[in-house]
Ligand binder design. Sequence first.
Ligand code: FRU
Length: 523
Amino acid sequence: MTTPHPHQPHRIGRRLFLGGTGAAVGAGLFAAGSVPAGRPAAADPAGAAAPTPRWRPLIHFTPERNWINDPNGLVHLDGEFHQFFQYNPGGSDHADMHWGHSVSTDLVHWEELPVALEPDELGEVYSGGAVVDHHDDSGFFDGGSGLIAFYTSAGDEQVQSLAYSDDNGRSWTMYEGNPVIGNPGIEDFRDPKVVWHAGSEAWVLMLAADDRILFYRSSDLREWEEVSGFGPGHGAHGGVWECPELFELPVDGDDRNTRWVLVVSINPGGPAGGSAAQYFVGDFDGWEFTPHDPPEQTLWADGGSDFYAVQSWSDVPAEDGRRIWTAWMSNWDYAEDVPTDPWRGAMTLPREVGLTETADGIRLTQMPVAEVESARTGNEHWEGELAEGGDGPAFTGTSLDVELEADPGTASVVGLEVLAGEGCRTLVGVDLEAGELFVDRSEHGSVEVTEQFRARHTMPLEHGDGPVRLRVVVDRSTVEAFGGRGQAVITDLVLPDADADVLRPYAEGGTAHVSSLDVHHLE
Ligand code: FRU
């Protein structure tokens, strides 16, 4: 395969706060509104100067223009899902962080609204969460209710601040009492997420502090008391901990059997290199998180390279009852080299999260929210034999939602070639011998991002005796693969060539019988 863009810009002055072993080198040390010295004004890797509409996903959120990273302040209010996000209104690199804002009523179609939060004298506006203050516990809403956003003010040091809105997030007031949590002398001290803990009737705030998550409690959302920490000795520590998230879920849908899930993003140290999200299953009593798995156990939410800073929506109505989350679809290892233009960064599909009992313990499941089906237009159906080396039927499309069910027969791999053209393709499948789901993007397209980008990513997936089940959503430059009932998930960006629009099922090692292949076109 040819590599028309071998030149990678020399990388200078990238992120300032890669914590690694804890020896972080200054977090957000540049003043609000400024671009850090040494950072190329427009670090244009291959082709970034030319618009790349063919890579803009149809049903995934991307900003109209400029840089985004983490989803922030995900909250539901009055029928609207709010999705704020880390946003640089002035360019396509990570600098001058604001909270951008988008809303949706169906989690599929997003309307981008004006920027919500701007840097102030405390610094840039880094990641955080939002809640509905239904009973005016904060006193900001004159006995009514409103939205409160918690975020990190990243200036000379990282401190936690809040802002409130009484008009459904259209305008915000930064609290004059900010910061609400000062910096205790920890460089990487950020990403507050707030939840209401009904069991102990308190607001709980958690944040990432270097190699741990700290928990705080409050009754008025303004004054916070630190109550515990969790982290050292548990799970993966290949990088700094960021963006905590916490929720309770029923196991296999049984409301009398619930567990708490603590999710922690980590960068670097992920299973596919660079950024990733790990999780812990256990108990939370309002003060302390107690994991149920052994401390050395690391559980990854996603085996791919592009699933980071995942956050779930707060205040989804009880009658809906779902836990829904989304992640930034990129990786700090190369996010600033992804040559899309005039935007850089996308969110994953919103996914419904569940817990299921497995032989190894209680584990997460994820599937795209049902609303994604409303974006399906036409459906093509096929069933038949897939022989090794034989040609499965070819389908055409670059935004497709695909469901495959097959009896693997004698085959060792059952999969799909997606976004395939003359000189490129991405492979998605189940390897029955290895017991894993995989996405192989080594030949995704001729554009070079970084060397690491060309790789095969896997996640364990025991398939047992039943049929192989695979759901794959391909959306121009995104691939999300869900194995089985969503116990294994891989999220990967790809940058296919202009002619790459073929999808084809295939088998390796023997003959498989496809009982149903549904290729839904998305619009
Ligand atoms: C995660 C993160 C957060 C931080 C934000 C800055 O990707 O590094 O820890 O608040 O991005 O944009």
